[in-house]
Design a binder for this molecule. Structure first.
Ligand SMILES: O=c1[nH]cnc2c1ncn2[C@@H]1O[C@H](CO)[C@@H](O)[C@H]1O
Ligand SMILES: [Zn+2]
Length: 331
């Protein structure tokens, strides 16, 4: 099967984990930032997380380098444009990109400038290529909570016009959801959709809590519902979509190897699974690669692929018009 030509949807892709290595070098030169090397292959190696990290913590160390050049409006706009351009060129028809707004304030940008920049880059790509998109706000769980409402208030300028949802990302401690109830509630009241990284690092209860306490409609990863019957049943009965990211899950030791990934078992049991990249650069992947890996490892058919494509449409945080458009590519 020609995986490149298939229409694809990516609902889980981090901006800072998907920067082209050559762009890091170009932006560092423009911004007078000294990199550990100016060799493209050396930068690529520094950005890609090892095939077998010890855990998510080691994986997350790979974001410092790209974030160092994502502190100016022009740099962020360019990177946003390029992520959509790269995806469009491999037939991704719809892409939801997430990022941590508070990670881009180190050189004096305001939150509004950060939102203006990501949305401008996306809209520039939408105008040039056959791709549609939206942004998701990822709040980093370990960071101070005092500016979360300000993030939600400021980004509301683009609500349903470029920015659509609230997410929690970063290291995953057991029981993290309880602390974020007022923030998720505030986001929902303002009109944001909710997806939460949970059940990535072994804690199925976090998935249960993300749905029942935070109102998550989708779960980032969620693979550890396998060991937690209540979480599994809640995902199934509430029709919650799982944003699976197979390569990333192998790297962070969420699963031992691709063969032991529960994505096919979930699919066969009627769980709403989607296939996504997580981080195009840090996980050294593309949507074409993720789809190929899953389909070949688990012997999925073209019909299975389009079933999953339709699940992605159903659970996308997109307008009805965009969903209608995406349906025209379905078989
Ligand atoms: O797989 C993941 N699990 C949890 N957090 C992640 C993952 N990938 C990236 N980030 C975190 O999200 C931030 C904003 O994009 C990144 O800086 C990284 O810390
Ligand atoms: Zn993620």
């Amino acid at each position: 099967m020609n995986y490149f030509d298939l229409p694809k949807i990516d609902l889980h892709c981090h901006l800072d984990g998907s920067v082209r290595p050559e762009t890091i070098i170009a932006l560092a030169a423009e911004q007078n930032i000294t990199l550990p090397s100016n060799d493209i292959e050396a930068i690529r190696t520094l950005m890609i997380a090892p095939e077998t990290c010890t855990d998510l913590g080691e994986y997350l160390q790979r974001f410092d380098l790209p974030l160092s050049v994502m502190q100016t409006a022009a740099g962020i706009e360019r990177i946003s444009f390029e992520v959509f351009e790269d995806a469009a060129k491999e037939n991704v028809k719809y892409l939801e990109v997430r990022f941590g707004p508070m990670l881009h304030l180190e050189q004096g940008l305001t939150l509004e400038q950060v939102f203006d920049s990501v949305v401008a880059g996306m809209k520039r790509a939408e105008a040039m290529y056959d791709i549609k998109g939206n942004y998701i706000l990822s709040i980093l769980r370990h960071m101070p909570k005092d500016r979360i409402k300000e993030v939600l208030d400021t980004a509301a300028k683009y609500l349903n016009d470029g920015i659509v949802a609230f997410d929690l990302a970063g290291g995953e401690a057991p029981g993290f959801c309880a602390e974020f109830v007022p923030y998720a509630q505030y986001a929902i009241e303002k009109g944001y959709r909710v997806t939460i990284h949970a059940g990535e690092q072994g804690v199925g209860q976090n998935v249960f809590d993300a749905i029942s306490l935070l109102g998550a409609e989708r779960i980032g990863h969620g693979i550890h519902i396998t060991g937690h019957e209540a979480a599994y049943n809640l995902v199934k009965t509430q029709n919650i979509a799982l944003e699976t990211c197979p390569s990333s899950n192998v790297q962070t030791k969420a699963v031992e190897n691709l063969a032991s990934h529960p994505v096919k078992a979930f699919y066969q049991d009627g769980i709403q699974i989607t296939i996504n990249t997580d981080n195009r650069t840090v996980s050294n992947t593309t949507m074409t690669d993720e789809v190929r890996k899953v389909m070949e490892e688990f012997n999925l058919s073209r019909e299975d692929y389009f079933n999953i494509y339709k699940i992605s449409i159903e659970h996308a945080f997109a307008s009805d018009a965009v969903k209608q458009y995406l349906s025209t590519f379905a078989e």
